[in-house]
Design a protein around this ligand. Structure first.
Ligand SMILES: [Zn+2]
Length: 212
């Protein structure tokens, strides 16, 4: 795995915000703007969806992205493709090296199946996505939730084709950067999950920066 650092200076960023775990965040980027997501304390899962900001029916497609790059994991050079086969954004820097797009976002149903029946009512990324879309967009809703990216999350696929959730490979201060290739809505749920070893059972804040 290749790690690539960025030359961009945080002091020049247009946006510099912290997203606490359990909270959502959405922004529209113009083409060629760059978003950096920093894993402040390490091994946090940042569940993220992408849309064409002008027409959100065109959105991130995990299937097309994996097929076209011939790799299950996302890193520098990955073009995140839309349901129309067009690049939404491209990963331009990455100091973590492993990002999942197979494991999906946590939900009441997956909390119940993966962990225990009484975990069903714990707050999930799906709840955060729905709340953020309802509060901060005009008309986007659960019909707009599809397969997502889990930045910094380590979900290896075994030779038998099973998914395993492993201790993360990230560390405090590691980051990933994406350059928008079209008007791009980014929707983040900073995962509240307390039951998954990916984040050491301890959800933590992340920092987001945007450059012109
Ligand atoms: Zn989650």
């Amino acid at each position: 795995m290749t790690l690539t650092a960025s030359q961009l200076d945080p002091a020049q960023a247009l946006v510099d915000e912290v997203i606490e775990s359990g909270l959502g965040w959405t922004r529209v980027l113009s083409p060629r703007q760059t978003l950096r997501i920093i894993d402040l304390e390490g091994n946090q899962a940042v569940d993220t969806l992408f849309y064409n900001a002008d027409d959100p029916t065109e959105r991130y497609s995990a299937v097309d992205t994996i097929r076209e790059q011939g790799n299950l994991y996302l890193s520098v050079g990955t073009r995140l493709l839309s349901t129309e086969g067009r690049p939404l954004c491209t990963i331009t820097a990455d100091t973590c090296g492993r990002h999942d797009t197979v494991g999906g976002a946590c939900a009441a149903e997956s909390n119940q199946v993966r962990y225990a029946i009484d975990k069903r009512y714990m707050h999930s990324c799906r709840d955060t996505f729905l709340l953020t879309l309802a509060n901060e967009t005009h008309g986007m809703s659960k019909r707009d939730l599809t397969a997502n990216v889990n930045f910094f999350m380590n979900v290896p696929v075994t030779p038998e084709g099973k998914l395993t959730f492993e201790d993360g490979l990230s560390a405090p201060g590691r980051y990933v950067e994406l350059r928008a290739d079209m008007p791009l809505r980014v929707l983040i749920s900073n995962c509240p999950q307390l039951n998954n070893p990916c984040n050491a059972y301890n959800p933590t804040p992340v920092r987001v920066l945007i450059w012109a």
